[in-house]
Design a protein around this ligand. Structure first.
Ligand code: WTA
Length: 674
């Protein structure tokens, strides 16, 4: 089993040769780490050191206000703005010509064997363009401080430009991943109370044009049915597709929106409180409604700056590439805000890793000389399936640091990239964090000038200044090597501040399970193990949340989407292990009376899933029709048993089961499917 495999790796140490004179004894590193978390004074000293490397409009007077836990406030009294930190200050400090963003479109010219479109932006370019957009938003649509705009945009430069534009104005964004459905978009736009949606006509993916505007129109209809009005849709023209549906007065092209605004238009970045909101990002939880993680400004910036320096060891001269989508937190923090705050060059690639061939990524790394690379285990597992020649064709020697994120990395995948991409001479680790934490919280820290040995598959150590524990059901620390619940026991600067307009849910979901005796502990929802050296190994979710190719999806979300279909009476969703994606959805589905099981109906249900949640869930989901699902006597679906059925494990305790034939039936149906 995967878990046992990981334990074998506990004692397997690797040291890249170029670091051999700069290796911490683990005890030596531990002592350094322990010092940062010893008491509140040291903790504040540690974070203040990093905060002092950033400019502030007004300096804070308190590093951490913990007087009202679990509502922590960082850098209280400080004033700043993310657009100022990402752009203006670099210009003030003489770095206006530094390359800030390289964007590469997906379309490929086979004749010259190069991408058809590359756009490069200096810090000054981003500054001018985002100022112009900010000016248009303010003057033409009256966007004010505090307003939340919803962005449903693909990976094009206008996405970071609009993000930076709203930050200047003190407005906020809520970005919805462009693979989400109309229903998911509507749900999020309504929850954020947005009156403006920024989108594009379509996006490129795998050589195909995928329309977006129609999805937005459908989402707006859903909003309107519920009495929520979207007043304006700004649309970036990405493709040449014709016949785009249009509603006069409501819809405007981005290029027309800014056409008559001077290119020299300027908006002073609004001086915002360090603890003001920078954005919300909806993420999945164990119940149906998505949670709006609300992020701060000052603390968030300090968290990103510190981790860019420590974990990525970032230099201004680096070409840095995080191959994620900005629609997820990884892209917010580590394609846009983190790299720009540090003044490095961030690369943004629009399309699929395998278009037009399986070496597109290696080709990109070679062409720009990428130094620091960040991606997901799913992508690595997918790319390692192709013949090694695709890798060998390219010079990847510029890579110095290569980290992964989003899900546990299996030691095989780690070894594969360490050897074949990194030539066994890179710093590599699996950085654990989540939407709520805002910033990376574990890994290796080459930025300290020394590293502790790598171990294939591990999450490394907690970041200095961050205390993490693995606890049993009663909240007692587990012994080294024992699996338990993963908790964080002190606050950190990049942390979310609450769930948007739902303080109670913030307390209930994250702070209730393990807090006691006035000690507040953040529950991550993950299982983890600490090994004898103190290295962490996050094993996966401990709650009813799936992690499909690094994307979080609540089982309740899938179930409620299923029962929206007129043929479905009931659904129970569990995760099924998948070789590449880590996990995929497996949905036991009960039809309503009068509906006859058929392949067509299953196809229709899959399509329905695609439309209500999106292709992330639908594409590899199994929908299995059954007569009933196993429940407890109190009516709760026993997902644990269904999971045991599809993973071939023992059923365990079934005494609370209401009707045993449900599980027999599930087993039979599953056997038949195989
Ligand atoms: C999982 C993504 C193991 C974990 C930044 C967490 C990981 C969830 C890792 C958050 C990692 C993230 N090793 N598991 N390095 N990184 N996870 O909010 O289960 O999309 O709770 O944030 O992904 O997913 P989210």
């Amino acid at each position: 089993m995967a878990e046992e495999r990981i334990y074998e790796e506990f004692e397997h140490y690797l040291t890249p040769p170029s670091w051999k004179d700069r290796v911490w004894e683990i005890e030596e590193y531990k002592a350094f780490y322990e010092e940062t978390i010893k008491d509140k004074e040291n903790l504040e000293k540690w974070w203040a050191k990093w905060a002092n490397e950033l400019p502030w409009f007004k300096k804070w007077n308190k590093v951490l206000d913990d007087s009202n836990p679990p509502f922590y406030r960082w850098f209280v009294g400080g004033e700043t703005n993310l657009a100022y930190l990402c752009l203006d200050r670099h210009i003030e400090e003489g770095r206006k010509n530094q390359l800030a963003l390289i964007w590469e479109g997906e379309p490929w010219d086979e004749m010259i064997r190069r991408p058809k479109e590359i756009r490069k932006f200096t810090y000054y370019d981003l500054y001018r363009r985002s100022n112009r957009i900010a000016y248009a938003l303010k003057e033409k649509l009256g966007v004010k401080r505090g307003e939340i705009l919803t962005f449903y945009l693909p990976m094009i430069p206008e996405l970071p430009l609009y993000m930076l534009a709203v930050q200047r104005l003190g407005a906020k964004h809520s970005i919805v991943y462009s693979g989400f459905s109309a229903f998911a978009l509507a749900q999020r736009a309504m929850a954020a109370g947005s009156r403006i949606i920024v989108t594009a006509d379509a996006l490129y993916r795998n050589g195909k044009i995928i329309p977006l505007k129609e999805i937005v129109d459908e989402a707006i209809e859903i909003c309107e049915e519920k009495g929520h009005k979207i007043e304006h849709v700004i649309m970036v023209k990405r493709t040449n597709r014709a016949a785009i549906p249009w509603i006069k007065k409501r819809d405007i092209w981005h290029h027309e929106f800014i056409r008559y605004i001077s290119e020299n238009a300027r908006i002073e970045p609004v001086k915002l409180g360090s603890e003001d909101m920078s954005y919300i990002l909806y993420t999945s939880g164990t119940t149906g409604a998505p949670k709006g993680a609300q992020h701060s400004i000052g603390g968030y910036a300090v968290g990103l700056y510190t981790t860019m320096k420590l974990i990525f060891d970032i230099k201004e001269t680096d070409i840095y590439w995080c191959a994620a989508d900005i629609g997820w937190v990884t892209g917010h923090s580590y394609i846009v805000y983190g790299p720009l705050i540090t003044g490095t060059t961030t690369l943004m690639y629009e399309g699929a890793p395998t278009y037009p061939g399986p070496d597109r990524w290696w080709n990109i790394i070679e062409r720009y000389g990428v130094n620091v690379f960040y991606t997901s285990p799913t992508a690595i597992r997918m790319l390692m399936k192709f013949p090694l020649d695709y890798v060998k064709k390219h010079d990847l020697s510029t890579i110095r640091i290569f980290h992964s994120v989003g899900e546990p990395i299996n030691p095989e995948a780690f070894r594969w990239y360490y050897k074949n991409i990194g030539k066994e001479n890179i710093v590599a680790s699996s950085t654990w964090w989540m939407t709520e934490t805002g910033q990376m919280l574990t890994g290796h820290f080459p930025g300290l000038g020394k590293i502790f040995p790598l171990k294939p598959g591990t999450n490394g150590y907690p970041l200095p200044g961050v205390k993490m524990e693995v606890l049993d059901e009663d909240g007692n620390p587990c012994k080294p090597g024992e699996r338990g619940y993963f908790v964080i026991t002190n606050p950190w600067p990049g942390m979310f501040m609450t769930l948007y307009q739902d303080d109670q849910r913030y307390i209930d979901v994250y702070w209730s399970k393990f807090s006691k005796d006035n000690k507040w502990r953040f529950y991550t929802g993950d299982f983890a193990v600490k090994d004898q050296d103190g290295y962490l190994w996050v094993l996966g979710r401990a709650d009813d949340v799936l992690n499909i190719a690094g994307h979080r999806v609540g089982t309740a979300e899938v179930e409620s989407a299923m029962v929206m279909h007129p043929a479905v009476a009931e659904a129970a969703c569990v995760g099924k292990p998948h070789e590449i994606k880590g996990e995929v959805a497996f949905v036991f589905t009960v039809l309503k009376q009068g509906f006859v099981p058929s392949d067509e109906l299953v196809g229709e249900l899959r399509n329905h899933l695609r439309k209500t949640i999106g292709p992330i869930v639908a594409s590899d989901a199994t929908i299995l029709l059954v007569d009933m699902v196993p429940k407890t006597r109190s009516g709760k679906i026993m997902r644990r048993l269904l999971k045991a059925v599809i993973t071939g494990q023992k059923l365990g305790d079934v005494t609370t089961l209401e009707d045993e034939s449900a599980i027999k039936e599930a087993e039979k149906a599953y056997e038949y499917l195989k």
